[in-house]
Design a protein around this ligand. Structure first.
Ligand code: FO1
Length: 322
């Protein structure tokens, strides 16, 4: 039986996803929120295993995140980068001195045979993160971007090349052999699941990798709880990052409705911004409108509440219709 005090499962990647995850963490008891993190952005760099979307979530939910960049830690120092530069090392991917500890410790524990899930759970415990952060899989999945300059690894495209190359196609290497993280699938099937919230992350590079893991799409379709997605597009523009540019390069209309159409069949509801009130016709899913621009903590909390209220209302309608 779906209940108001059931667990909420959020799917998140990147900075926008972490913002809504923070809002959800303020409106739900820790034990009632689990956030599935995209791991397609992960890569090996300087001999370190780096998981950006896990770390962005972990630092954000721990209140340690750098508010200017959205990634890495607040109050960072950059002695390691400066020393590496002096030695001619690669410094295009910025690793702060405190952030470095996370990568060194994760790399050590992965090499010792621990799973990404176990390491993440322990780092979260040590950093005081209440909600569960679940990698989408403990198997290796890597987003690769086919551009007009050939195939690029994700961070090469996103950071080193600053998303400049034209995107022709995305692939998620390893996804077809990856197993969904064990708790992720169990939660989707749990009778007390209250809702699934797809955060306003970039659908192509943050959410699609999660959906590419076998059984995830089917589990979302079969999910007894309402699945609600929040639009990453406001008034034809992306809030941050390359979503709009990618949509243009992939020949897609840059609109909140287009993203809703891409989730069609997986979601029961879609939260779009008030700016798109006139632009959401012809959709098969129910649409709710809210302020989806998250500038303050209150914005994050209000949007989290709006998404959960909408999911609860969808569930009530389902029950009434039965
Ligand atoms: N993004 C950048 O644009 N420049 C960086 O130098 C950079 C370093 C970095 C270090 C650790 C980390 O967890 C994330 C970092 N990011 C950086 C962000 C990262 O590339 C993106 O957040 C995700 O991969 C896409 O959402």
């Amino acid at each position: 039986m779906i209940s108001r005090d059931g667990t909420v499962l959020a799917l998140s990647g990147g900075i926008g996803g972490a913002k809504l995850a923070l809002g959800l963490s303020h409106v739900l008891p820790s034990g009632r929120l689990a956030v599935v993190a995209n791991t397609g952005d992960d890569f090996e760099h300087l001999g370190l295993s780096i998981s950006p979307d896990i770390d962005t979530l972990m630092y954000t939910l721990a209140g340690l995140d750098n508010p200017e960049t959205g990634w890495g830690r607040a109050g960072e120092t950059w002695n390691f980068m400066a020393a590496l530069e002096a030695l001619g090392g690669e410094t295009w991917f910025r690793l702060g001195d405190r952030d470095l500890a996370t990568h060194v410790e994760r790399t050590r524990r992965l090499a010792a045979g621990e799973t990404l899930s176990a390491i993440t759970a322990d780092l979260c415990r040590r950093l005081g993160v209440g909600p569960r952060i679940l990698p989408m899989s403990d198997d290796r999945v890597r987003t690769r971007v086919k551009t007009d300059e050939g195939w690029l690894d994700f961070q090469d495209y996103f950071v080193r090349r600053r998303c400049a190359p034209r995107v022709l196609e995305l692939s998620f290497a390893g996804a077809s052999q990856a197993r969904p993280q064990f708790e992720f699938l169990r939660l989707l099937d749990a009778p007390d699941l209250r809702a699934v919230v797809i955060c306003p992350s970039n659908p192509f590079i943050s959410i699609d990798p999660i959906l590419a893991v076998p059984e995830v799409r089917e589990a979302l379709r079969q999910c007894a709880a309402p699945v609600v997605a929040v639009s990453p597009i406001i008034g034809g523009k992306a809030v941050k990052g390359p979503t709009a540019k990618m949509m243009a390069e992939l020949g897609l209309p840059i609109s909140a409705a287009e993203v809703a159409r891409r989730y069609d069949g997986l979601i029961d509801g879609y939260v779009a911004d008030h700016a798109d009130v006139g632009a959401m016709s012809g959709l098969s899913v129910q649409v709710a409108f809210a302020r989806t621009l998250m500038q303050s903590l209150d914005d994050r909390i209000a949007l989290a509440r709006a998404a959960l209220d909408f999911a609860d209302a969808l569930q009530d309608r389902r029950v009434a219709a039965e």
